[in-house]
Ligand binder design. Structure first.
Ligand code: ADP
Ligand code: MG
Length: 358
């Protein structure tokens, strides 16, 4: 980690190291045991505090952030559920960076996730030569979080096989991780204050419903919703896209009126207007990545800012993916809705509809 400027996306504790240091230095609020800062300071880190020159990072209900932090100070885990692209992962990263100073104790859930990736595994060369010992033990995030008193992030937990999910049960209720291969005091790792789990789950994945009742009981659930207000979403997309474009070496970002058209299109297609809603999730996160791609096209292909024709080109690949019905919906939108809107960017979007494949 010698040169953070060349990393594509350093973790939050590095991206915002300066803000975290200032918040910690000025923090005189009460701290739950094992926490790197008070709840108030953590909240300001996440939702922003212009007076202290702390940026807003998560756009959403501050009371959701408060409830999330309070939950983590209890002995229950926090489960963030919602549509993809609503910033569940971002929120869990920011919380872990604030509360534990580290957001990288992360398990990525998937069909192939095993207990080894959650608890611990072995260095086989050392295991063969010395047998099981603390030297041959390779800790995974859960073991480290318990031993060091830190938050552990479990991303997309519902994508794991149920028996793997349930291996968390005893860790969360007994707060101890047994390592039966070791003997003596090393065979039990007791959780230090500050340990807890933030899990995320997408409502579009195999459901939270299938999660065992026993495991559900060990979490408080919070739903993260898409950003309700147009202007707020537009500013966020503009801000995030311009950061990404600057990193990509783009000198002319798309104009605001082009981004307005882009964000409005996403919101229209997201809204469930009868049978004509997209099967792809038209999330804010997708809007940011389309805005980024639009800027890249304009700059690297023509040396200018991205325009509505770039928006259409990018939508075909991201919004419609390989789904023919979505492509047809997008085409209908450009033909029938875009044409009715006022303004040159909307007309340009409508004109560019023939750029859609097929
Ligand atoms: N409410 C929000 N606040 C801040 N950023 C958001 C918000 N909603 C979406 N984003 C954007 O989406 C990205 C986060 O997506 P991510 O955390 O991966 O979503 P999820 O885990 O819910 O699928 C952020 O980096 C940001 O650019
Ligand atoms: Mg996520």
């Amino acid at each position: 980690m010698s040169d953070n400027n060349s990393l594509q996306r350093p973790p939050a504790e590095i991206r915002f190291a300066d803000e975290l240091a200032r918040l910690r230095a000025a923090d005189d609020g009460p701290r739950p045991p094992g926490w790197a800062m008070s709840l108030q300071a953590a909240r300001r880190f996440i939702v922003g505090d212009p007076a202290a020159d702390v940026t807003r990072k998560f756009v959403g209900d501050p009371s959701l952030v408060d409830r999330a932090l309070v939950t983590l100070a209890t002995s229950r885990g926090l489960m963030l559920v919602g549509e993809p692209g609503t910033a569940k992962s971002l929120l869990s990263e920011l919380i872990a960076a604030a509360v534990s100073g580290e957001s990288t104790l992360t398990i990525q859930g998937g069909a192939a996730t095993t207990e080894d990736q959650i608890k611990y595994s072995w260095n086989y060369a050392l295991l063969v030569s010395e047998g099981p010992s603390t030297r041959s033990l390779v800790p995974a995030p859960m073991l480290r979080g318990m031993a060091e008193g830190k938050l552990v992030r479990f991303e997309e937990i519902t994508r794991c096989p149920l028996e793997v999910q349930d291996s968390l049960l005893s860790l969360l209720s007994e707060r101890v991780l047994a390592i039966p291969e070791l003997t003596g005091p090393d065979s039990m790792v007791f959780a230090k204050a500050g340990f807890n789990v933030i899990a995320t789950a997408n409502t579009r994945d195999r459901g939270v419903n299938e999660m065992s009742a026993a495991l559900k009981r060990r979490f408080n659930f919070e739903t993260v919703f898409p950003i309700p207000d147009f202007q707020t979403e537009l500013s966020l997309v503009e801000q995030e896209a311009s950061k990404l474009l600057a990193q990509s070496g783009v000198e002319l970002p798309p104009r605001r009126d082009v981004l307005e058209v882009l964000v409005r299109t996403f919101r229209d297609l997201r809204d469930n207007n009868g049978s004509d809603h997209m099967s792809t999730v038209m999330s804010t996160a997708e809007a940011v990545s389309v805005a980024h791609a639009v800027g890249l096209r304009g700059w690297f292909l023509r040396g200018e800012e991205g325009n509505p024709a770039d928006v259409v080109e990018c939508l075909a690949g991201t919004a419609a993916k390989d789904n023919a019905d979505d492509l047809a919906r997008l085409r209908r939108y450009l033909e029938q809705q875009a044409v009715r809107r006022n303004g040159e960017q909307w007309q340009a979007l409508h004109q560019a509809r023939h750029l859609l494949p097929g």
